[in-house]
Design a protein around this ligand. Structure first.
Ligand SMILES: [Cu+2]
Length: 399
């Protein structure tokens, strides 16, 4: 996690010659690193003054704009692990990103033996990821068709305002509501249904959770403050389910979602999920559903978990950069084997693939990965590099 102590923040001001943007203006370009050559005393006195004058404080809010006069851009949301089409570096000033989240209460088969009443936004578990840039407005229409049976809403962790917009988006079957919020904090954030009380975890554990990625207007920066781009991006979410069993030990199938809730809450009281899966279903990212990449590509994984703590690992390499806590304002950590995703958060990791093959993408709580189903694949094409790894002797009988 980012160190929040004053000393560490002071240190980061010296060592992090970037991240100073107000409404798209980059006030402190990476070339500022050249000041490292000036005498130490001057550096110690002058540079903090310079930073304090120009580096945007986290307490500073953007200048209000009139969203009616800004370009409105409709974003077509897509199911995970895909991300909607987007620019890594914003073209021009802030826009209003318009999306629609339509609630679908639907039965899905989450593995060969379990059918489950999922509660979804746009029909998928997880809900789709939304992409915007810092300073943009995100305008979300929440539609609850009258064919549904219950009330839903959305709490956006990327938004600022009581209940994350949950009170403003509460819609009964047959209703719709539209909320607009400004995304002021660059990073990755979850959103989820939060209809109150025990219904909050019931709806989240029934699939109603998604994410928003708020990119810095000038794109991502690496550990040295230099711009870094990704060749592909994937969105991976750990989903826990609590599906009650009947007397014979079979998972129960209900006629309506509400019919199963009382027993689901009893199952939740054990804090022991019946199922743990990546992207909603067993095998959603395995074999023919694997994520794809090529040797030499940098792949951004936006990883999230709305409820359980997760710890992701790709077997056979390292996350070159990890934005702990999901914050793109902080200098990314480097060369992690495993990265933490606290329940209720998203975290981004950038992974350069250097060798071909099929990599397992796991929660390295290995029981979750291999006894449950928190496992996926990344299939990487390209040429093998013997310098990085080679077989010196094939397995053979010992002498
Ligand atoms: Cu809901």
């Amino acid at each position: 996690m980012p160190d929040q102590s004053a000393g560490a923040m002071h240190f980061s001001l010296f060592m992090q010659p970037f991240v100073s943007r107000i409404d798209g203006l980059d006030l402190c370009p990476p070339k500022f690193q050249k000041t490292m050559k000036i005498p130490k005393l001057v550096f110690l006195i002058v540079i903090p003054c310079f930073w304090s004058c120009t580096n945007k404080s986290v307490f500073e809010d953007p200048k209000p704009l009139n969203p009616d006069k800004l370009p409105h851009v409709e974003q077509m949301l897509v199911p995970a692990p895909a991300l909607p089409e987007h620019d890594q570096v914003a073209k021009g000033g802030p826009v209003v990103v318009e999306v629609t989240l339509t609630v679908e209460e639907k039965k899905i088969k989450i593995d060969p033996i379990t059918t489950f009443w999922a509660l979804t936004f746009n029909g998928s578990v997880p809900a789709p990821i939304i992409v915007a840039h810092e300073g943009d407005y995100v305008q979300v229409k929440v539609v609850n068709p009258k064919t549904n049976s219950m009330m839903h809403n959305v709490d956006f962790h990327a938004a600022t305002g009581a209940m994350g917009g949950g009170d403003l988006t509460e819609v009964a079957p047959g209703q719709e509501a539209t909320i607009r919020f400004r995304v002021t904090k660059p990073g990755v954030f979850v959103y989820h249904c939060a209809p109150g009380g025990a219904m909050v975890p019931v709806h989240v554990a029934s699939g109603m959770n998604g994410a928003i990625m708020v990119l810095p207007r000038n794109g991502l920066t690496d550990e040295n403050g230099k711009r870094v781009t990704y060749d592909r991006a994937y969105y991976v979410v750990e989903q826990d389910y609590y599906i009650p069993k009947d007397d014979q030990g079979k998972y129960k199938d209900y006629n309506t979602p509400a019919e199963g809730f009382a027993e689901m809450i009893q199952a939740m009281k054990t804090l022991t999920p019946s199922h743990i899966m990546l992207n909603g279903k067993a095998g959603a990212l395995l074999n023919e559903n694997a994520m794809l990449a090529e040797v030499g590509e940098k792949v951004l994984f936006v990883t999230a978990s709305c409820n359980l703590d997760a710890r992701f690992h790709i077997i056979g390499g390292h996350a070159d950069l990890v934005w702990n806590g999901g914050s793109f304002n902080d200098r990314p950590a480097t060369n992690y084997e495993t990265w933490d995703v606290p329940g209720g958060a998203a975290v981004a990791a950038l992974y350069k693939f250097r060798q071909p093959g099929t990599y397992a993408f796991v929660d390295h709580e290995l029981i979750k990965a291999l006894v449950f189903n928190a496992v996926g694949h990344v299939k990487v094409g390209g040429n093998w590099n013997n310098d990085l790894m080679m077989e010196v002797e094939k397995p053979h009988a010992s002498e």
